[in-house]
Ligand binder design. Structure first.
Ligand SMILES: [Mg+2]
Length: 434
């Protein structure tokens, strides 16, 4: 913990959904759900309008549809999210050379390395407000919530307090006053299972956590997480902002003597692996946002498929649900000889050095997931028509594709339907990935 409020955490609000609302004017102010299309996948991000209906990330598409049937369900455009994220990270790096991205929509910034006259509360507050304004400008209207405090932990907690489009600065010396009444679940890395274990021990708030001896926490949660939580309950978090950050992953896989052919068996094995992954994550106080499955076919072709959530999980049931939905999109008719489940993009809130493995976080795979190759006209995809110009796929089926013709720069536009093999209508391909 520093003596100044010089760690800034920025979190873009409902990021994927906000990018869609920017680029699709008719969806502004309306419920938008990215992911969970086609009834099988899970929700990646819900706009705030959809959240009021109880839709949240990691929820199954079916459940989201039941809660908010009139929402726009979009399959996602990772190239647009990545481009917008790059603009934001550039703005952050203009403020300070020390920027640690946590994901496309979140980063820490070390204000001590910024070119500020001092690190007084009033100075960092003004810098935070200028930053939010700049982000709004360069992204074409997206909002961000900012937390500024004396450590990563407190900055992250602070950025949760005034969402969306807000800012909280925690003056040095007031950290414990802020933390004590809060639930232990505000500590990143305290997922549902850890919270339950603490609850059974009568620990609900950080004040109650602070009152527990370190030995007892270690007995309850294991060495790494017990010690880590004991420190965080005292607002002690010395971790520096690191410009280069290694992503970590936890995975479990199994190879099989005879090829698996039965889908239900595969799903059962994935579910068991997902529970193991979740248990290992919780044991070490980690959570992560990208769930990956690895499937090796009878001919030794290895497929990796990933899905990224907008908030971290360490829950085996959630991981299993995502793993199953990823498997559902693969053709495994020839048989499978290896199955694996992993979670990466881990929020390493407790200790850094527990895992040696590095993930192969393949962003191209995310694009493939969100834009399924078998569906030529995924909802939300950018298209162009020879006469009508640019628009996006509103829906398709029965040989018809319906398009709304509008872009970020136009007012809400008209809807037209075409035959799905109409040569005048084409997908606008995202720029090639480098
Ligand atoms: Mg966010």
């Amino acid at each position: 913990m520093r003596s100044t409020a010089s760690v800034l955490h920025l979190d873009l609000d409902a990021f994927f959904a906000a990018v869609e609302q920017r680029d699709k004017p008719s969806l502004r102010g309306k419920p938008v759900i990215v992911g969970g299309t086609g009834g099988r996948g899970v929700v990646a991000t819900a706009s705030y309008e959809a959240r009021t209906f109880g839709v949240g990330s990691a929820m199954s598409g079916r459940e989201a549809r039941a809660r908010c049937p009139h929402a726009a369900f979009l399959s996602g455009r990772f190239h647009a999210y990545r481009e917008t994220s790059a603009w934001v990270m550039e703005v952050l790096r203009e403020l300070s050379p020390l920027v640690e991205p946590l994901s496309l929509d979140e980063a820490f910034v070390d204000l001590a390395a910024a070119d500020l006259p001092d690190l007084e509360v009033s100075t960092v507050t003004a810098a935070g407000e200028r930053l939010r304004q700049r982000v709004h400008e360069v992204t074409g209207g997206l909002t961000a919530t900012v937390g500024i405090a004396s450590s990563k932990f407190l900055a992250k907690v602070a950025s949760e307090l005034d969402k969306p489009d807000g800012m909280t600065v925690v003056p040095p010396g007031t950290e414990l006053t802020l933390l004590r009444p809060m639930k232990v679940t505000v500590i990143p890395g305290v997922g549902p299972a850890t919270a339950e274990r603490l609850r059974r021990a009568g620990i609900h708030t950080i004040a109650e956590l602070e009152a527990v001896e370190e030995d007892e926490l270690v007995r309850l949660l294991g060495q790494a997480q017990g010690h880590g939580l004991w420190q965080l309950a005292r607002a002690r978090d010395p971790r520096p902002v690191l410009a280069e950050r290694e992503t970590k992953s936890i995975s479990v896989e199994g190879t099989y003597d005879t090829d698996l052919n039965d889908r239900r068996v595969m799903e059962g094995l994935l579910a068991r692996q997902a529970r193991d992954v979740g248990a290992r994550m919780r044991k070490n106080g980690f959570s992560g946002r990208t769930v990956t499955i690895k499937v090796r076919l009878h001919d030794f072709t290895t497929l990796n498929r990933s899905s990224t959530l907008s908030s971290p999980t360490d829950d085996g049931t959630t991981i299993a649900r995502i793993a199953r939905s990823l498997l559902a999109d693969l053709d495994t008719t020839g048989g499978v000889r290896l199955l694996g489940v992993g979670v990466s993009g881990l929020a390493d809130w407790v200790q850094e050095d527990l895992f040696g493995s590095t993930p192969e976080e393949d962003e191209a795979e995310e694009v493939r997931l969100l834009e399924p190759p078998r569906r030529t006209w995924p909802p939300g995809a950018d298209v162009v028509h020879d006469e009508m110009g640019q628009g996006w796929v509103w829906g398709s089926g029965s040989g018809v594709v319906t398009v709304r013709f509008e872009t970020a720069e136009t007012p809400p536009g008209p809807v037209r339907s075409f035959r799905d093999d109409d040569p005048a209508l084409r997908r606008l391909e995202p720029p090639a990935e480098d």
